[in-house]
Design a protein around this ligand. Structure first.
Ligand code: LLP
Length: 431
């Protein structure tokens, strides 16, 4: 199977982390998100161990919680010793309410509002990752009002195109995030920061994109960043303590995606950075990374009930399920590839070519096209694999559909960690 936590039992049922998916669908209903907690922890430990070993003791992953945010995930991040990357007051609130320490949070985003800034500073946020001049002023002003000095990193754009999907490619000069090195604006901006009394510039951040399968784009980004760090040392005598290289490695959604060794890639990036720092005479900074997808994606499976099978002669067959773009908008948005299967008939021959359609009212509301399954029928359970990242976190109530619950499996035991939304939830804000 695609990942080692997925197997098929002798009745032909998909097993997730050793638990029968068909029994989970019966117990909790569909649609249903399932998460393998042991896999999440193992993924976290891969980054933690490799980063400490190869980058040095202080190096840690920040879990990019935009990939999947609910209280339980922040508890796991804290238990595993990860910091977290948050991008909104909502993520901040969720993390705080789970007991996650504010000092281990990094606040990202290209438009932090005054109220975000106040809330985060009042909560004792560890770092802001500063994106623009306006927010620098606002952070400095509020820190001054509070009589304190706020730690920050500056987000710069290294001007790199890692050739992933355009919508998740954020390190180019022409993008709304960060300040460009290439245009000289980042250099100038550092001078401005250093004049502020209530912020302390501890280092730099860059993020080149998502779904990157090898070390090369990270090494390219590190080259540019270390050159920039050397320039800042020369121009301002600035000692850069932290270099944050942004999001994590890619994830295998389909058989044709590569299987990668994250620890080995980190080792290669680390030896590249060691060499560059030595060459350019800069002190080796503490290296941070912000994996989201590769911490949670392969821990997730979504289960749906099949409703109808419609064959349009001369065209194609549509299999409609009881969820859709409201719980997974990624195919509608990015044509993201997924592996799908019938969870209750996984040992049967898959020879029925079809398109999986969700239940939202638009023709683009598909989950996947051109897949082969055993000919499905109403009541079958359809599984979409590798849905742990950017599914629940991007879900909506489009068509007033309730978001599914999340069931977590740990050591072979299942438990509800996010309950199913109710009609009362849907109308809770309506006056
Ligand atoms: N750090 C920053 C600043 C980011 O912008 C992102 C992702 C990450 C870290 C985490 O990257 P990861 O390790 O997950 O690749 N909704 C899209 C993905 C958007 C990613 C945006 N930024 C999707 O469903 O594929």
């Amino acid at each position: 199977m695609l990942h080692s936590n997925l197997t098929i039992n002798k009745e032909g049922h998909l097993m997730i982390a050793g638990v029968d998916s068909v029994e989970l669908a019966q117990k909790y209903g569909t649609p249903l998100y399932i998460l393998d907690e042991d896999r999440i922890r193992a993924n976290a430990r891969t980054y933690l161990t490799a980063m400490r070993t190869y980058f040095g003791e202080g190096s840690r992953p920040l879990y990019a919680s935009k990939a999947l945010s609910f209280r339980g995930i922040y508890r796991i991040a804290a238990e595993e010793g990860m910091c977290v990357d948050i991008v909104s007051s909502g993520e901040l609130y969720t993390a705080l309410s789970a007991g996650f320490p504010a000092k281990d949070m990094f606040f990202h985003g290209n438009n932090k509002t005054d109220s975000d800034i106040r809330y985060a500073i009042d909560s004792g946020i560890g770092f802001f990752i500063v994106d623009n001049a306006e927010e620098l002023e606002a952070i400095d002003a509020y820190a001054s009002e509070r009589g304190m000095v706020q730690n920050i990193l500056l987000r710069v754009t290294p001007g790199i195109d890692p050739h992933t999907f355009a919508a998740v490619n954020t390190g180019k000069v022409d993008c709304q995030f960060g300040i460009s090195i290439e245009t000289g604006q980042a250099r100038e901006f550092v001078g401005k920061i250093l004049k502020k009394k209530h912020v302390s510039l501890r280092g730099f951040h860059c993020h080149i994109g998502s779904q990157i399968f090898d070390q090369v784009p990270f090494c390219d980004a590190a080259d540019i960043m270390i050159r920039f760090i050397a320039e800042m040392k020369q121009q301002y005598k600035l000692v850069t303590e932290i270099l944050n290289l942004g999001g994590g490695f890619g994830v295998r959604y389909v058989e044709s995606d590569p299987q990668i060794d994250i620890a080995e890639n980190i080792r290669l990036v680390a030896s590249h950075i060691d060499a560059r720092c030595a060459e350019s005479g800069v002190r080796h900074p503490t290296i941070l990374m912000e994996p989201g997808r590769s911490i949670v994606a392969d821990a997730g499976v979504t289960l749906y009930g099949v409703g109808s099978v419609k064959t349009i002669e001369g065209y194609r067959s549509y299999v409609s399920i009881d969820g859709g773009m409201s719980d997974n908008p990624r195919y509608a948005l990015y044509k993201s590839p997924y592996t799908v299967m019938l969870a209750n008939r996984a040992h049967e021959k898959a020879d029925f070519l079809c398109t999986i359609a969700g239940r939202c009212c638009e023709s683009g509301a598909l989950i996947q096209e051109n897949v082969t399954l055993p000919r499905p029928k109403r009541g079958d359970i359809l599984a979409v694999l590798v849905t742990g990242a950017y599914n629940y976190s991007m879900a909506s109530n489009y068509n007033r559909i309730c978001r599914p619950p999340i069931v977590m499996i740990s050591h072979g035991e299942d438990r509800l960690v996010v309950r199913r939304e109710t009609f009362e939830d849907l109308t809770a804000c309506d006056l």
